[in-house]
Design a protein around this ligand. Structure first.
Ligand SMILES: Cc1cc2nc3c(=O)[nH]c(=O)nc-3n(C[C@H](O)[C@H](O)[C@H](O)COP(=O)(O)OP(=O)(O)OC[C@H]3O[C@@H](n4cnc5c(N)ncnc54)[C@H](O)[C@@H]3O)c2cc1C
Length: 373
């Protein structure tokens, strides 16, 4: 009989780890602090990015044993706005992203993964917040701090399906705003990497912007706020715990496309327990170069301002957007050269939020704040 693997947090990272381990015959227990999966999200649409690797993300999911039993709609294009520029149409011959829904309702990624896990016999213990855990575990407890905040709404609409992206520091300081519509449901969000106190004001400005630029139809709107977190550390294996997803700082520092990191790191942690491979080696080989490149991208993006946003918008529309994005999401010599600068700039924000105390059982890992000695 294989030993039981304990997983803390039933987000995409934790659930993928649970599914993969269970498929390899491990008994798995998942501890989730909320009464169901997806409570951190709000029924909002997110994009599973499909540009950073050649292999289509849905194929990648199948490769690691994840079924598509959730809403997962390919989007091949959209409209991009940048200041003092006409809106530009983006078109691609392969899906740029797959639209998924997040939250605790039917059809979401979270519910789909939960169903897969339960049908395999994973035990999920809800309403079980664990701040400390003695012994071996996989920790996938999500973000611990706010390196970016999001303010948005979900709504019903009669608008046709669309995806719209806006770069404008007045609406989303050093970030972006987006509007996603699918089959009568919509999500509109501003993501701020600076000036967090302006969150509500930016939200109002964003809404006004969309109203001024298109025929908006919004019913039953529900407002939400959330945050994301990124940092880079040298090890993700500490005191018999393997850290995955955003609790390990795995996040796209440029724009917050963290789902791919969450899913892949969950799979890597499971793989390391299945075949005895070194988890640190696995994520450092495939995730660290992307993470570091995304940090340099953030550094550059924050420098360019409105002229740079116009340049980006033109680049998205002038050729194949997936090729353009893939080139910039993957490591290059020049980005490697800029890494020390980027690391220095984000040192305080990127600092290790995980626990480094010897023999500490803390899983929340803003060490010293909770269960740590
Ligand atoms: C508004 C918004 C928009 C986003 N858009 C995109 C997008 O378009 N594309 C993209 O790829 N990514 C996007 N992201 C990021 C993406 O949602 C995250 O990167 C991803 O959900 C991280 O998965 P995770 O499993 O690491 O953590 P989470 O999804 O946060 O899951 C962590 C789970 O652990 C549980 N938990 C926490 N602490 C404990 C504890 N102590 N004990 C037990 N359980 C605990 C939580 O309740 C939660 O269920 C967005 C994020 C936000 C907030």
């Amino acid at each position: 009989m294989k030993e039981t693997i304990n997983i803390i947090g039933a987000g995409p990272a934790g659930l993928v780890a649970a599914i993969v381990l269970r498929k390899h015959g491990f008994p798995v227990k998942v501890f989730e602090m909320s009464s169901d999966v997806g409570h951190r999200l709000n029924g909002d649409f997110q994009g599973l990015e499909n540009w950073s690797s050649e292999r289509d993300i849905t194929e990648l999911l199948k490769d690691i044993g994840i079924e598509i039993n959730f809403l997962c709609v390919p989007y091949y294009g959209g409209t991009v706005y940048a200041p003092e520029m006409k809106p530009a149409e983006i078109k691609s011959d392969r899906p740029i992203f797959y639209l998924v829904k997040r939250g605790a309702m039917p059809g979401t990624l979270d519910m789909g993964l939960k169903e897969q896990a339960l049908s395999l016999g994973v035990e999920i213990l809800f309403n079980r917040r664990l701040d400390a855990f003695d012994g071996k575990a996989i920790v996938g407890t999500g973000p611990k701090g706010g390196d970016a905040i999001a303010v948005g709404i979900t709504f019903n609409t009669e608008m046709e399906d669309k995806s719209v992206l806006v770069f404008d520091d007045d609406i989303a300081p050093k970030g972006y705003a987006y509007l996603l519509v699918n089959q009568g449901c919509g999500t509109m969000v501003t993501v701020l990497y600076r000036e967090y106190r302006r969150g509500n004001e930016c939200f109002d400005d964003m809404k006004r912007f969309f109203k001024d630029n298109m025929a908006l139809d919004i019913k039953n709107e529900k407002k939400f706020g959330s945050y994301g977190n990124f940092f880079i550390r040298d090890t993700q294996a500490h005191n018999k715990k393997l850290y995955i997803g955003e609790s390990a700082g795995f996040q796209d520092c440029l724009w917050g496309f963290g789902m791919r990191y969450a899913i892949l790191s969950g799979w890597m942690a499971a793989k390391s327990l299945i075949d005895g491979s070194d988890y640190d080696m696995l994520w450092k080989k495939d995730l660290k170069p992307m993470l570091e490149t995304s940090l340099v991208n953030r550094y550059l993006f924050e420098k360019v301002g409105h002229a740079g946003y116009r340049y980006l918008a033109k680049k998205f529309t002038s050729g194949n957007p997936c090729d353009f994005l893939r080139k910039h999401y993957n490591p290059s010599f020049s980005k490697q050269l800029l890494l020390p600068l980027a690391k220095r700039k984000y040192e305080s924000r990127v600092r290790d939020k995980n626990c480094n105390h010897e023999n500490c059982s803390c899983v929340w890992c803003r060490c010293g704040e909770r269960a740590c000695p």
